[in-house]
Design a protein around this ligand. Structure first.
Ligand code: 4NP
Length: 154
């Protein structure tokens, strides 16, 4: 089983979308996808209703997800840790113990050479079009990630 963790700040807007999108592109029998936030503000909460709505409009149900906080043992449980922005990156790296831990952590948009931003913008204080923009950035990145993971597996 290959396991992938998506990380943002609150685990209610961006990482639940990344989690649902990547999960929808990978076979469930050999890949496990999860998400977490570096903060504890929304532990146990549903994803933001705007993330649920944009995902649903694209055929993806994320309403079964609940917020949780990133924990040090996630470095042991996951093979790949994708963060949404530089601030998430620094928060996760602060908790790392080894160079192996650090090597697992990547900015998710670094996989996509076709776009010139490395930051998935936080849509929390934005509107539905900001969530749609986040969805499209993550959908493109997850298409690249899933293709590479499936190729690596075979
Ligand atoms: P996320 O967005 O990191 O994409 O889940 C946020 C959600 C909540 C907060 C910040 C960012 N907050 O401050 O509560």
């Amino acid at each position: 089983m290959t396991s992938i963790l998506m990380v943002c700040l609150g685990n209610i807007c961006r990482s639940p979308l990344a989690h649902g999108i990547l999960e929808s592109k990978l076979p469930k029998d050999t890949f496990y996808v999860d998400s977490a936030g570096t903060a504890n503000y929304h532990v146990g909460d549903l994803p933001d209703h705007r993330s649920i709505s944009v995902a649903s409009g694209n055929g993806i149900d994320i309403s079964n997800q609940r917020g949780r906080q990133f924990k040090i043992s996630d470095f042991d449980s996951f093979d790949y840790i994708y963060v949404m922005d530089q601030s998430n990156f620094e928060n996760v790296i602060k908790l790392s113990r080894t160079t192996d831990d650090i090597a697992k952590v990547k900015l998710i948009l670094e996989v996509d050479d076709s776009i010139n931003t490395k930051r998935v913008p936080d849509p929390y204080y934005g509107n539905i079009s900001d969530f749609e923009h986040v969805f499209s950035l993550l959908d493109a990145a997850c298409a690249i990630i899933s293709k590479a993971l499936i190729e690596k597996e075979t």
